[in-house]
Design a protein around this ligand. Sequence first.
Ligand code: UTP
Length: 291
Amino acid sequence: MNTKRIRKAVFPVAGLGTRFLPATRAIPKEMLTVVDRPVIQHVVDEARAAGIEHFVFITGRNKHVIEDHFDRQFELEATLRGRGKEKELAILDADTPAAGATSFTRQQVPLGLGHAVWCARDIIGDEPFALLLPDMLHLGAKPCLAEMMEAYNQKGGNHIGVYPVAEDETNQYGIVDISGSKEKVAPIARMVEKPAKGTAPSNLAISGRYILQPAIFDLLAKQERGAGGEIQLTDSMVTLAKSEPFYSVRFDGKVYDTGSKLGFLAANVAYGLANKDLAGDFRAIIDAHLG
Ligand code: UTP
């Protein structure tokens, strides 16, 4: 069994964020704040907690602020130091990746998620890697990618994070067929993108967390267009699954799509209530609003 260590993670941040206009006119949706940090920081923290050492960002126009966010802010740090703000300096320090631990490459044209992932091929090389969709936040007892790493270390192959959604909403998601298994980690028999109502093989939706073998790049290189005229990651995963094992890893916490307005609002409520410094006062504010 090949369980080569996963050292690198890919974060595709080149999408246009049209569902969140006008907020995303000039600000990337990944930089919108959930409680006290941008969405992308939450997801990078999740990857770091799972042991990821190198962070690869697939960016596009208007996304340079993401690169700035993960850099040292010399003037800010000097000012904080001069004012003796050690606590704030420590927060910045903890959030900044080490020099050389990040890579940024541009997708140039947003041709779809599959194309964005393919743009990472040279930086990843011939190693398995993690892929995290930065607009999907996972809040639970244990970080989602860490659980997937454990499954990968036992089984090797490819892994996809999934979570249960309402039966009547399965037509909005990528759904996995795990042959009725109730196990947390289960072999995937089939993946279906947005199944027609009443035809979904389960209610387990793909949550935006993946561990993939580098063979995916050869398939993505064919640049075949799928649904919506975009180069879809799912199409290449379906082909790869004919020759390599794929497992689903069920996440038992909550998943928030912060690329949608309602998902973003829900994430702020959930993360606010989960923040030990803010939860008490925040709950009182919510209660007052609910009257
Ligand atoms: P989404 O479809 O959620 O992002 O893609 P989007 O296209 O920005 O959103 P809307 O629908 O217009 O509001 C999932 C992830 O893939 C990235 C997005 O940035 C997002 O993190 N992505 C998507 C790319 O990097 N490049 C693409 O061509 C498409």
